[in-house]
Design a protein around this ligand. Structure first.
Ligand code: ADE
Length: 232
């Protein structure tokens, strides 16, 4: 999988060198490259923003550097069978979910465009849509200062689903959101810790009973914490 990230804070993504994603990059499973948006500016101040047409507070990211950045990262895709998927993280986007993470884990080429300030001139996404699949995605119903944190979170959710990434593929099948429910409570040794016991059923050796208990617990937790997931 090829991943390109365009940002005005490339140093922020040094986090990609550590952890599971770092190992995936080293192994060649994921080819991730980070690009400095300011490298695509041509003025002395390397300007990436300007005041909004129509007035209002804040600054808007200029289209020209973004256009050149996309020319650079999408350029080699001209003859590709599957167009790249370009993700614009935005609080105004569609909610990023585990289902979307699975979809994106299948894409051969993902590009993440980290906006800052009030956002990127709207013509950029419109233009990119003529040569790539565009997804505007929100991490949740709150506002971050820019897309960088959202992209790191999305990258971790997506890349761990790429075949070969997670040590035990079953851990992906069993986890929260895999079946539309939150995960059941989990325990390890010792059986008693600070006066708290592991539920007997988990030590019974009866796999049927364990599975039934876990499902019951998952449904109960989901009903209590996230009833919206059970609607429909
Ligand atoms: N940029 C700013 N806020 C965001 C959010 N909630 N999700 C994704 N990108 C963002």
């Amino acid at each position: 999988m090829r991943i390109d990230v365009v940002t005005i804070f490339p140093d922020f993504f040094s986090v990609l060198d550590v952890s599971l994603l770092g190992r995936a990059r080293q192994s060649g499973l994921v080819d991730a490259r980070v690009h400095d948006l300011r490298a695509f500016t041509h003025d002395r101040h390397r300007t990436v923003d300007d005041t909004p047409y129509g007035g209002g507070a804040g600054m808007v990211m200029k289209p020209e550097p973004w256009g050149e950045a996309f020319d650079a990262v999408l350029g080699t895709d001209a003859s590709a069978q599957t167009p790249a998927t370009v993700v614009f993280p935005s609080p105004a986007g569609e909610r990023f979910t585990q289902a979307i993470a699975h979809e994106l884990a299948e894409a051969p080429h993902l590009v993440f465009a980290c906006g800052r300030y009030e956002g990127i001139d709207s013509r950029v996404a419109e233009h990119v849509a003529t040569r790539a699949t565009v997804r505007e995605l929100s991490l949740g119903d709150y506002v971050l200062n820019g897309g960088e944190v959202a992209v790191v979170a999305m990258l971790e959710a997506i890349t761990r689903l790429v075949p070969g990434m997670v040590g035990n593929p079953e851990s992906i099948v069993e986890e929260s959101h895999a079946d539309g429910l939150l995960e059941y409570p989990i325990y390890t040794k010792p059986a008693t810790w600070r006066g708290l016991d592991v539920p007997d059923v988990l030590r019974s050796g009866d796999h049927g009973k364990v599975a039934a208990w876990r499902r019951e617990q998952a449904i109960e937790r989901t009903r209590r914490v996230r009833p919206d997931l059970l609607e429909g």
